[in-house]
Design a protein around this ligand. Structure first.
Ligand SMILES: CC(=O)SCCNC(=O)CCNC(=O)[C@H](O)C(C)(C)COP(=O)(O)OP(=O)(O)OC[C@H]1O[C@@H](n2cnc3c(N)ncnc32)[C@H](O)[C@@H]1OP(=O)(O)O
Length: 205
């Protein structure tokens, strides 16, 4: 483990990650790379742009603080190809059950509960106050927004984004690359990529 952390992206999501990192008290130095922001946040400095990435690979653990799933994957693929050490960040006020697996680069925000035997892939965002019940399978680069509730044995496919406050019933499968609108309720499998919303959730686009 390295004692320095670099967060790529100093936007809203990157700053929440920085806040978690500070509370974890694991790194003696934390900084950002950002292509447009230069001002410090929470006393943490923007050390450069993504052009400077290679300078930090050997000394820092690196996490991607970009909310958009496809951009986060793109940058995560880049840092992986450079051989970066990529941590998992878990807010001290999250509850993680037994036999839960969290992939590298995944971030778990405050107030989250992940129940036993759930498997969460790499580069995921498990956002504030969401709950993921037992035996879920969340694939890589998924964003579970604040206040989402997933019942038992839910499967969320690669790259999907579940909007704020959405609810998914037990044993449901959601396809890769789906967007689920804010406040939706899913009671049947979603078997193709697309945008879905409403109660019960139906295809929007
Ligand atoms: C910490 C954070 O901030 S994490 C981020 C949290 N943010 C979210 O979760 C946002 C989730 N996004 C949404 O819910 C969006 O509305 C989306 C992605 C579902 C759709 O967005 P867009 O593609 O821009 O659709 P648009 O706003 O044009 O709406 C299209 C139609 O769908 C309806 N619609 C949009 N969202 C929803 C929804 N969540 N539930 C029901 N209907 C909806 C609109 O009312 C509109 O209906 P109309 O044609 O009858 O007027």
């Amino acid at each position: 483990m390295r004692n320095k952390l670099l967060i790529i992206g100093a936007g809203g999501h990157g700053r929440v990650i920085a806040d978690i990192a500070l509370q974890m008290e694991k790194w003696k130095s934390i900084g950002f790379l950002d292509d447009s922001n230069t001002k410090p946040y929470m006393g943490l400095h923007v050390l450069g742009t993504t052009q400077n990435l290679s300078e930090y690979i050997d000394e820092y653990e690196i996490i991607v603080g970009i909310g958009d799933n496809s951009k986060r994957k793109e940058v995560n693929d880049l840092i992986e190809s450079f051989g970066a050490e990529i941590p998992v960040l878990i807010h001290p006020n999250a509850v993680i059950g037994s036999q839960v697996v969290l992939g590298m680069g995944t971030v778990v925000m405050a107030g989250v509960v992940v129940n036993c035997c759930s498997v969460i892939g790499k580069g995921c965002i498990i956002n504030t106050g969401s709950t993921i019940d037992h035996d879920n399978s969340i694939e890589d680069f998924v964003h579970i927004s604040p206040g989402v509730h997933l019942a038992g044995s839910v499967n969320v496919g690669y790259g999907s984004w579940l909007g704020i406050g959405s609810v998914v019933s037990n044993n449901i499968k959601i396809n890769n690359n789906c967007i689920l609108g804010a406040g939706s309720v899913v009671v049947k499998d979603i078997t193709e990529a697309g945008v879905f919303a409403g109660i019960p959730a139906k295809r929007l686009k």
